[in-house]
Structures are given as structure tokens and as C-alpha cells.
Design a protein around this ligand. Structure first.
Ligand SMILES: Nc1ncnc2c1ncn2[C@@H]1O[C@H](COP(=O)(O)OP(=O)(O)OP(=O)(O)O)[C@@H](O)[C@H]1O
Ligand SMILES: [Mg+2]
Length: 266
């Protein structure tokens, strides 16, 4: 198994709050990792450090064996790390189609310069002109029916999907999703995750997703990381982590006393 992402001893302090304490994890290629933890546990801080939006006070981030800690988020994106935010980052006045065109335009701009290109310019990873690649992305995410609607008027779940479609459109090798189903009704959650995971499998990306809904975590993750107070408190198969006494006490709330916590064999 090859390690795609490795963090070593990540530490991050915001004033009196320590949001990351010695976080060392390795993510294997082709895994689907669920990241769980209560509000303020440090999940977004971790995603921000991996993607260059925040610099750790100590520790390092390695992607495909390369130290990316000092790099700018844009450079990390170019190396093959895509991310979505807790709140979709869309151009609300543009149509769904135009949002995807903008995202793919970035991929095109990152490719060889215009003066080197011969004939029609093809989007890297698609072998298609921009317009056709955008239609393909909408189709794959079941978004074709929303093609011409401004992103600002789309329902919450569709906005989430469009945002993730735009991230995955750049064909990242590692995709980090910060709460892909937040703000979405519980009936819609599974449908959205099904769409995302189907598209992810088609693209071959490795995924880490932050999630509060344990049913979603159990269904889609092959491995679960549990954070509490800036630390990793459990790491393993979903059933194992969700049965962990510390996780039940500090994350899922299915255990209300410390009795038994810290003793996995209880
Ligand atoms: N830029 C910042 N400045 C100051 N404090 C911050 C900053 N970012 C995060 N924090 C603090 O760090 C801690 C971890 O925050 P983080 O956003 O990583 O949590 P989270 O696990 O993503 O929570 P949630 O589930 O609510 O999204 C919190 O106490 C938060 O208030
Ligand atoms: Mg968060």
C-alpha cells in the first residue's frame, strides 16, 4: 500500500486554543477516510494545514513523499490535492454550467501556455474542449437539469454537489471534503454521498471527508479518524472506532460517563 499523504507532528495554536496537537497520520492511496469529532475538535484546522491555507506551528505535511508544508494553497492544488469548504464556494450570479467552466478554466490555465498549444485547447485529463468537458462534469454529477440556473438560487444539496463537482473536475489525486452533507436534509444526505462517491470512484481519487453523521461515516468510510481537542483519539475501521469507549464518550455521545473509557476491551 502506498502512502499518499503523511502528516508528522502537526501542531497549531490560536491564542489560548490549541487546535492541533501532534497530529501524525498517513493516508493510503485509494482509501476513503472519514474524519469525525465534535465542534471545535480541530477537523477543519487539519484540512487547512494539509491544503496550505494554514501553516502549522510545528510539524510537516508530505504529499506523495514531497514536503508541501511551505507551499501556497494554489501550488498544493496543482500537485493534486483538491478540497471543498464547509460552505460551498460558488459564483452565485453565474449558472451551474458557467461555474464549472470557471473551475475547468483554471485547469486549462495551469496547463501549457497558450502560445504552445496547437489546434483547439483541450482540458487536461479530459481530452475535450472546455465546453464539452463542463457538460460531462454536470452529467456525471446528475446536475444537467440545473445547467442554466444561477448557482445562487439552487437548493442547498445541489449547491453542495456543484461545489464538489467543481473540485473533482480538476482531477485531484487526494480530495478533502469538509462536511459534504452539512446543511442538507437527512433524506438527501445519502443521495448526495452516493453521487459523490460514484464520481470519486470513477476518477480514482483518494478521499478524506469530515462528517458528523455516523450513519454516513459507517456507510462510506473504509477507515475513520476521530479527533478530540486537537488530538487523534482513535484510528481504524469504522465499526472499531465507533465502538471505542473514548469515541463514544467524547465524539458520538453514546456513552455518558468516563467509566470504561480508555479500556477498549471493556
Ligand atoms: N482562525 C482561527 N482563529 C482563532 N481560533 C480558531 C481559528 N480557526 C479555528 N480556531 C479554533 O480552533 C479550534 C478548532 O477549530 P476547527 O474549526 O478546526 O474545528 P472543527 O473540528 O472543524 O469544528 P466544526 O465541527 O464546528 O467545524 C476551535 O476552538 C476554533 O475556535
Ligand atoms: Mg469544521
Amino acid at each position: 500500500m502506498s502512502v499518499l499523504l503523511e502528516t508528522r507532528g502537526l501542531h497549531k495554536r490560536f491564542g489560548a486554543v490549541v487546535a492541533a496537537k501532534d497530529i501524525s497520520v498517513a493516508i493510503e492511496r485509494d482509501s476513503v477516510v472519514g474524519l469525525i469529532g465534535t465542534n471545535g475538535a480541530g477537523k477543519t484546522t487539519f484540512v487547512n494545514m494539509v491544503t496550505g491555507y494554514l501553516k502549522p506551528d510545528q510539524g510537516s505535511v508530505r504529499f506523495k513523499g514531497r514536503d508541501v508544508t511551505p507551499l501556497h494553497p494554489r501550488q498544493i492544488t496543482r500537485l493534486g490535492v483538491g478540497r471543498s469548504f464547509q460552505i460551498p464556494q460558488l459564483y452565485d450570479s453565474l449558472s451551474a454550467y458557467d461555474n464549472v467552466v470557471v473551475a475547468l478554466g483554471i485547469a486549462l490555465r495551469n496547463a501549457r501556455p497558450r502560445w504552445l498549444a496547437r489546434g483547439p485547447r483541450l482540458v487536461p485529463g479530459y481530452g475535450l474542449p472546455l465546453e464539452e468537458a463542463a457538460e460531462q462534469v454536470l452529467e456525471r454529477f446528475g446536475l444537467a437539469e440545473f445547467r442554466d440556473r444561477p448557482a445562487g438560487v439552487l437548493p442547498g444539496g445541489v449547491r453542495k454537489l456543484l461545489d464538489i463537482a467543481m473540485t473533482l473536475a480538476l482531477k485531484p489525486e487526494l480530495l478533502l471534503l469538509d462536511e459534504p452533507t452539512s446543511g442538507v436534509s437527512s433524506e438527501e444526505k445519502f443521495a448526495i454521498m452516493d453521487r459523490i462517491m460514484r464520481a470519486v470512484r470513477g476518477s480514482g481519487a483518494t478521499v478524506l471527508f469530515v462528517e458528523h453523521d455516523m450513519d454516513i461515516v459507517s456507510r462510506y468510510a473504509s477507515r475513520v479518524l476521530a479527533f478530540y481537542d486537537g488530538r487523534v483519539i482513535a484510528d481504524g475501521a469504522p465499526a472499531e472506532v465507533l465502538a471505542d469507549p473514548d469515541v463514544q464518550l467524547y465524539v458520538t455521545g453514546t456513552r455518558t460517563t468516563a467509566e470504561g473509557a480508555g479500556h477498549a476491551d471493556d
